[in-house]
Unconditional design. Structure first.
Length: 140
């Protein structure tokens, strides 16, 4: 059984940044290079300056294709953007595709699954997020 991709504590505000923690919606761990076409919208507005935070190293979503690290089931991928967001309830939409490297979908390509995860989340200050919770941790 997988965890929900966006848990109740997934949306936080860190100064002038918004942070979204995304759980892996798959039954097995996958390489980070499996994440394709990652996009984030908040309250219907696309987030254009989206970055992925890998333990303090910020990369563009397209750069995940070169990553050799893995996204483990208990980890959450940290998405970060320089967007001022007031505390309170917001509509969060994350879209992406996962290439499943061990499931072929044709002679030269893995199975690729589209994901669209939408949730009403309450933005809280980043300091209130327990980074080392009993359920998950950030991808490093």
């Amino acid at each position: 059984m997988t965890l929900p991709a966006l848990r109740d504590d997934a949306l936080t505000v860190d100064g002038a940044d918004v942070v979204v923690r995304l759980s892996l919606p798959w039954i097995r761990s996958l390489p980070l290079s499996s994440v394709l076409d990652l996009a984030l919208s908040i309250d219907g507005a696309p987030v254009d300056d989206l970055l992925v935070d890998l333990g303090g190293r910020l990369i563009a979503p397209g750069e995940l294709a070169q990553e050799t690290r893995w996204w483990f089931l208990q980890d959450r991928l940290v998405l970060r953007a320089s967007t001022i967001l007031p505390e309170g309830v917001h509509d969060v939409l994350v879209t992406f595709r996962l290439a499943i490297p061990y499931l072929p979908a044709g002679p030269d390509a893995p199975l690729t699954l589209p994901f669209e995860v939408r949730c009403e989340l309450t933005a809280r200050p980043e300091t209130s997020h327990a980074r080392a919770s009993e359920v998950s941790r950030d991808v490093l």
